[in-house]
Design a protein. Structure first.
Length: 290
């Protein structure tokens, strides 16, 4: 129940916040006061962390996180609306009056520097993706034939990354051809290869000295480690069938083939920030200002 004293104290706090707020639109922020320390952002971040942790542990963890996040966000918003909760900056008594700060006019807006300034053509990413996909398929097929005695084993395991039913199959079923699994595996293989090829188009120019080292060794090791860490959560049944040395070898084969094809193409400058007429190659005749 709200008492008159609580209403008066709340109104007094709001009045103090309003008095310390900037008085003019051009006044420099936090000239007379600074934000007060508050625990609400940390509490909200703690709750959001628990929400995502519950996705891989237990749904009750997400519920607790949602409660913490809700309380933290409400408390955080109350700290800044309708006026920010600030504390006055103590100023020592002095006779000299400090003039208000004078700000120089903002410089003219200059075009941003894009990194990288040059990239490989996107069509090279398409070609590199095809080359990498073929190289990876050859290594994966070699593992299936040598270790498992079946060409369809790696194909069915790839389909299992999106089809839960594959995880329930027996070892003998994984070694046999399945039309639906084959079509799914081809779709996943093509999509992932094209995605990585487009990423290589932009990322390889950032490492011009060692593109094959970055694309053929470092990147495959990184995403193989991510796959190894997440496979136990995504599909722990399939994880027992995967040969990780062969898996890493197939990824390195993809990276080397893809990076080799892309790095041999001539780079082109990025067109971001340039006028539409320049990007399209339009010409303007003399005296025509339309």
């Amino acid at each position: 129940m709200t008492t008159p004293n609580n209403e008066e104290s709340k109104a007094q706090r709001l009045a103090e916040r309003a008095a310390l707020a900037p008085r003019e639109p051009m006044e420099m922020p936090y000239l007379r006061a600074i934000p007060q320390p508050t625990p609400w952002p940390i509490l909200a971040a703690f709750g959001l962390t628990f929400i995502f942790a519950g996705l891989v542990t237990n749904w009750m963890v997400s519920v607790v996180g949602a409660a913490f996040a809700l309380v933290g966000l409400i408390g955080w918003f109350r700290e800044v609306f309708p006026h920010e909760n600030v504390e006055a900056i103590p100023v020592a008594d002095c006779e000299a009056v400090l003039p208000p700060p004078v700000f120089e006019p903002r410089p003219a807006k200059l075009p941003r520097n894009m990194v990288p300034e040059e990239i490989h053509p996107y069509r090279s990413g398409f070609k590199g993706a095809i080359a990498g996909a073929v190289a990876m398929a050859v290594v994966a097929a070699g593992w299936g034939l040598i270790d498992e005695g079946s060409l369809w084993m790696p194909i069915n395991l790839l389909a299992g990354t999106v089809l839960p039913s594959v995880g329930e199959a027996t070892l003998e079923q994984l070694r046999l051809f399945n039309g639906a699994w084959f079509a799914t595996a081809v779709g996943v293989h093509v999509c992932l290869s094209l995605s990585v090829g487009m990423v290589f188009v932009v990322s390889l120019p950032m490492m011009p000295r060692r593109p094959l080292l970055a694309g053929g060794l470092i990147a495959p090791i990184i995403w193989t480690g991510i796959a190894w860490a997440t496979m136990r959560v995504v599909n722990p049944t399939l994880e027992q069938y995967i040969s990780w040395p062969w898996f890493l070898g197939s990824q390195i084969a993809f990276g080397i083939a893809c990076a080799m094809v892309i790095s041999r193409t001539t780079k082109v400058r990025l067109q971001v920030g340039r006028p539409f007429e320049d990007r399209m190659g339009f010409e303007q005749t003399e005296g025509d200002e339309s």
